[in-house]
Design a binder for this molecule. Structure first.
Ligand SMILES: [Zn+2]
Length: 329
């Protein structure tokens, strides 16, 4: 079997698997994949292959041209619309209507539901009916990053394929290839800060991540020395393109601190200190959740900074405001 040049190295094995499945295609598949590994591109390859006149995603035929320009009449994409919190029943109805309306030329029709976890209840119900009887030569692909949020009724109607994140070595090799000038330590850090997801890491680098990282490290020093106040720094961070990343930075900081203590038994870090870092690690996760739940962003970040300062400066055990059901909403 041949490699698919359009796909990332870690998606080659799943692609081979899909090639075998394709010989006896079902009518609904659920792709469960972590964020940032390029599942979107995988879906796109699956669809283009089915819609290609040669069944190879050749890139030359009229089917491929229509697909690449986003105008293939037998390809349907349902996803969360910008600024919306859920996929509405109207969106699903429109898809169903189009599926019933289009008279295709005997080929496949492919409907991609991206992020079915965003469907609201009535949208789910509408989709369920169609999943049961999708019509001839119609393939449904559902792709999700949050399998646990999907109702069993949906999952049970699809054949499930799970995609794993690449191992660190594979991800690192790929990322290094994309960024030949970056040194190894930076590439590793980019991956860690992006939870091992290579494409997220690549986007982060492209958006000036290394510079931002350096800025963050400087900020920590300024905070510790009192050169800048917590509110000054928080204000600065809130201007970032994605301020949510501050939580990941703090989280990675605590991971590194704990790791350092574990590797250097003679480092002199007290048990209590290590416990504090672990507590802080949890606080980072909780604080991020608070933030995502529309809490007062300034307050959440400031509270986290003060906890960080506290564990730097005192040996007392940290009572994080995020430990309980603290909410800043
Ligand atoms: Zn083609």
């Amino acid at each position: 079997m041949t490699q698919n040049a359009e796909l990332y190295p870690w998606l080659q094995a799943p692609w081979q698997q899909w090639q075998r499945l394709q010989q006896r295609l079902g009518h609904a598949y659920l792709f469960a994949a972590p964020h940032g590994i390029g599942i979107e591109r995988f879906v796109s390859q699956v669809a283009q292959t089915l819609l290609c006149d040669q069944h190879t995603a050749c890139g030359q035929c009229s089917g491929c041209h229509l697909f690449s320009s986003g105008q293939h009449p037998d390809f349907f994409h349902l996803a969360l619309q910008e600024e919306k919190k859920e996929i509405s029943v109207d969106q699903v109805r429109e898809l169903v209507y189009k599926l019933n309306e289009t008279s295709h030329q005997g080929g496949y029709r492919v409907a991609w539901v991206e992020g079915p976890e965003y469907l609201n209840q009535s949208a789910f119900n509408a989709l369920l009916k169609t999943l049961e009887e999708p019509g001839e030569r119609t393939l449904f692909i559902l792709s999700t990053h949050q399998l646990a949020r999907l109702p069993a009724t949906i999952v049970s109607r699809c054949q499930k394929l799970s995609f794993a994140a690449p191992d660190l070595k594979t991800a690192q090799a790929w990322l290094q290839q994309q960024n030949p000038q970056a040194d190894e330590a930076l590439v590793k850090r980019a991956l860690r800060l992006n939870w091992g997801a290579p494409i997220e890491a690549q986007n982060w680098i492209a958006a000036g991540g290394f510079e931002q990282d350096a800025e963050w490290k400087t900020a920590l020093k300024q905070m510790q020395s009192g050169q800048k106040t917590v509110s000054q720094l928080v204000e600065q961070w809130l201007k970032w393109a994605d301020p949510l990343q501050v939580f990941d930075y703090f989280y990675q900081w605590s991971v590194a601190a704990v790791r350092q203590a574990n590797y250097q038994a003679e480092s002199g870090f007290s048990r209590e200190q290590v416990q504090n870092w672990l507590r802080f690690q949890q606080a980072c996760l909780k604080a991020k959740q608070n933030w995502q739940a529309n809490a007062n962003k300034q307050l959440v970040l400031e509270a986290l900074c003060f906890e960080w300062l506290q564990i730097q400066q005192s040996g007392e055990s940290l009572n994080s405001v995020f430990a309980e059901r603290a909410s800043f909403i």
